[in-house]
Design a protein around this ligand. Structure first.
Ligand code: NAD
Length: 406
């Protein structure tokens, strides 16, 4: 691995740059001096319309966001509205004209419950995510440019069953016995065990990366990210118009942010099942820093796909609920688990690579209370309580996660 940090300014495409992770990442990369171009088809905003649910925070249209950034910093960020899963030719043309040094790929349907809602949602998630990722790889080769691809994957591909060992950063050393009885060492991708159609697409992405890296020497970094919590970063706090999205609805609201919001609006903190599930977490401020570090530490064309575990802490869901309850006085409600998963699991994860590159993580202890008061509490009046319960179930037999008290 090339550990040398290359801080020179680059032209960077941020695919999915209007989203929860993509928007603050675009601002951060622009702020540290890179030339950023966002590509997004605004499908996430359309899904808000479909679900009749909105970000808890009042996010602004893309034009207003970009104008506010230029007013505040004097820096310009480009924007193209392109569906990268459907419109390959336009995407390729823009890539050939703009000639990015790196492409950061966030542009996928990222909610597990949304991917399980109906056959239509399953098929949309597979078509969108696999075509998006394949089109990016195909366009990089087609363009003839030496582009470094940084993709946002998820720790969720591992299904949280780790048999007590620490999940390595991508690869597992295995020893196999040949026909002649010889013992041979090999490195394989750590086996995935996806727990939803969404996670299945993220598992498939890994094979697409491995193939294009082997066949075309595409330089790829795959960031296996934990659940992101928090809302704002140093850049999104510069102006109200730059505020980041905060999803709280039953499909897109991720576990810790959902708890914070539930407590802030006086809704029960809904724990699915016993809350014995252990998950990996990272603050949004660390997400943007990790992407910056990944861009600065690109692999060479000879190296295999570089995989980082992008998480900083693991927590049991029930412990998080108790912590939020202690901070806020909110009541906890145990509801049936709409997912098909083990009721309890341990999770041990290696994250040495980012720490070795200088990541100084924001921990729950430092950031949680601030998040409760500055975001969840401040915008509590915008919440539609009817959108909070998790109504998507993994099978027809399962019950939605609705608290009895409401
Ligand atoms: P998000 O839904 O807020 O953002 C995704 C963005 O991609 C949206 O703006 C959407 O409009 C865009 N997009 C989707 N399909 C597109 C297409 N075909 N063409 C162009 N644009 C398209 O999601 P997020 O939370 O920012 O997640 C971003 C990435 O990070 C996802 O790939 C997700 O799997 C990964 N990730 C997120 C989390 C998390 O907790 N949010 C955790 C682990 C991994």
């Amino acid at each position: 691995m090339n550990l040398e940090s290359n801080q020179s300014n680059k032209k960077i495409f941020v695919l999915g740059g209007d989203g929860f992770c993509g928007w603050p990442t675009s601002l951060h990369l622009s702020n540290v001096g890179h030339d950023v171009v966002i590509i997004d088809n605004l499908s996430r905003r359309n899904i808000d319309n479909e679900l009749e649910a909105e970000s808890l925070t009042p996010i602004q249209p893309m034009g207003t966001r970009l104008k506010a950034w230029e007013e505040k910093t004097g820096k310009q960020i480009g924007f193209y509205n392109i569906d990268i899963a459907e419109d390959y030719e336009t995407f390729l043309k823009v890539m050939q004209e703009e000639k990015p040094d790196a492409v950061v790929h966030f542009a996928e349907q990222r909610s597990a419950p949304y991917s399980m809602k109906s056959p239509k949602h399953k098929r949309y998630t597979v078509n969108n995510n696999l075509n998006a990722t394949h089109n990016v790889l195909c366009a990089i080769v087609d363009s003839g440019l030496d582009i470094h691809l940084v993709h946002l994957g998820t720790m969720g591909v591992y299904g949280y069953g780790t048999a007590g060992m620490k999940i390595p950063e991508g690869y597992l050393d295995v020893e196999v016995q040949t026909d002649t009885g010889e013992r041979v060492q090999q490195q394989v991708l750590y086996p995935t065990n996806p727990g939803s159609v969404y996670h299945m697409t993220k598992s498939q992405d890994q094979l697409l990366f491995q193939y294009y890296n082997k066949n075309d020497n595409v330089r790829i970094t795959d960031l296996h990210q934990g659940i992101v919590w928090g809302t704002n970063t140093e850049e999104t706090k510069m102006d109200d118009r730059l505020i980041n999205r905060f999803d709280y609805d039953g499909d897109y609201g991720t576990v810790l942010n959902r708890f914070l919001m539930q407590a802030a609006v006086g809704y029960p903190i809904t724990v699915h099942g016993t809350g014995g599930q252990t998950r990996a977490f990272i603050h949004i401020q660390d997400t943007v820093r990790c992407v910056e570090l990944a861009i600065a530490n690109a692999p060479t064309r000879e190296e295999q796909v570089m995989i980082f575990n992008q998480m900083t802490e693991t927590h049991r869901v029930n412990d998080l609920a108790k912590l939020v309850s202690k901070l806020t006085g909110g009541e906890i409600a145990y509801v049936s688990n709409p997912r098909k998963e083990a009721p309890e699991n341990d999770l041990h994860v290696k994250n040495d690579l980012f720490i070795s590159k200088g990541l100084n993580p924001t921990t729950l202890d430092e950031g949680l209370l601030q998040e409760v008061t500055e975001v969840a509490g401040k915008y509590a009046g915008r919440a539609d309580h009817s959108k909070i319960p998790a109504t998507s179930t993994w099978t027809k037999e399962q019950q939605p996660g609705i608290p009895e008290t409401k």
